[in-house]
Design a binder for this molecule. Structure first.
Ligand code: HEC
Ligand code: HEC
Length: 209
């Protein structure tokens, strides 16, 4: 099972790197940015198999910040951050111009909220837990640029769960370059265990966007 996963990831990585290489050589051709879809799903709707989250509909300011953060190595460098380490080299090859092109291109993708996959969570308890999140992410988890907090509603639930676990464990948000992640990291102290994480994400799943 583990071998199969590793092989699949390797195949994707080689494919993605090859596509990225030819794209980096040519630049500017939006069609060559398509290597993002290898891991983020058709039209950026997310890919659970590769654990690449939905990008379509993501706020442009947040998308930009994460690409720059991955590129600088402030995210996706912790050896236990398996998924982040897949993304980091993808961002490392991007120039400022590439990022500007991607933002323009991503703005044209149709936003389709992710389909909930989580089961067994207690959304009622999650609603209580979410009270501590609303001041930054908004009552409907719609996000707030003023608070630097992205929308959570409509994002893939498996991705939200992984991020909360990663923040809590310090796989994300512990790097000195990641000031916003550090802010978020302190917030996970209110989520006592994995059950609380599943509960709060189950509540977020009830919020449409
Ligand atoms: C080899 C697979 C792969 C490729 C190719 C790839 N990504 Fe990713 N990306 C991932 C994974 C996996 C994650 C989740 C990282 C995590 O769990 O922290 C991710 C995370 C992200 C995030 C963070 C989202 C968030 O909500 O914080 C952004 C933004 C992103 N990718 C953009 C892109 C863009 C733009 C491209 C194309 C230039 C791209 N990715 C190409 C695998 C990939
Ligand atoms: C003090 C403000 C603040 C509070 C309160 C807060 N967050 Fe955040 N959160 C942030 C910021 C800022 C980010 C973006 C971090 C970054 O840019 O890397 C974030 C990011 C996240 C992410 C990652 C999203 C992604 O696309 O990768 C998740 C998941 C998240 N928060 C969930 C929660 C939950 C659940 C709570 C309540 C338990 C909460 N947050 C409370 C500020 C906050």
């Amino acid at each position: 099972m583990f071998r199969k996963v590793v092989f699949r990831l390797l195949a994707v990585f080689v494919m993605a790197s090859a596509a990225a290489g030819s794209w980096a050589a040519e630049t500017h051709e939006p069609v060559n940015h398509r290597f993002c879809f290898t891991c983020h799903g058709t039209d950026g709707i997310g890919s659970e198999g590769i654990q690449g989250p939905r990008l379509a509909g993501m706020e442009s300011w947040y998308l930009k910040r994460q690409l720059e953060l991955f590129r600088a190595g402030g995210r996706g460098k912790h050896p236990s951050d398996i998924q982040g380490m897949e993304m980091q080299p993808m961002a490392a090859i991007l120039s400022d111009e590439n990022i500007a092109d991607i933002l323009e291109w991503a703005a044209t993708w149709e936003y389709v909220p992710a389909t909930p996959t989580l089961s067994g969570g207690d959304a009622t308890r999650g609603r209580q837990l979410y009270l501590a999140c609303a001041s930054c992410h908004g009552d409907a988890a719609q996000g707030s640029e003023a608070m630097n907090a992205p929308a959570l509603a409509g994002q893939n639930d498996w991705y939200l769960v992984t991020q909360l676990k990663n923040f809590k464990a310090g796989y994300r948000g512990a790097d000195p370059l990641d000031q916003y992640g550090a802010m978020m990291r302190t917030m996970t102290s209110g989520l006592a265990d994995d059950k609380a994480i599943v509960d709060v994400v189950s509540f977020i799943n009830t919020l449409g966007r």
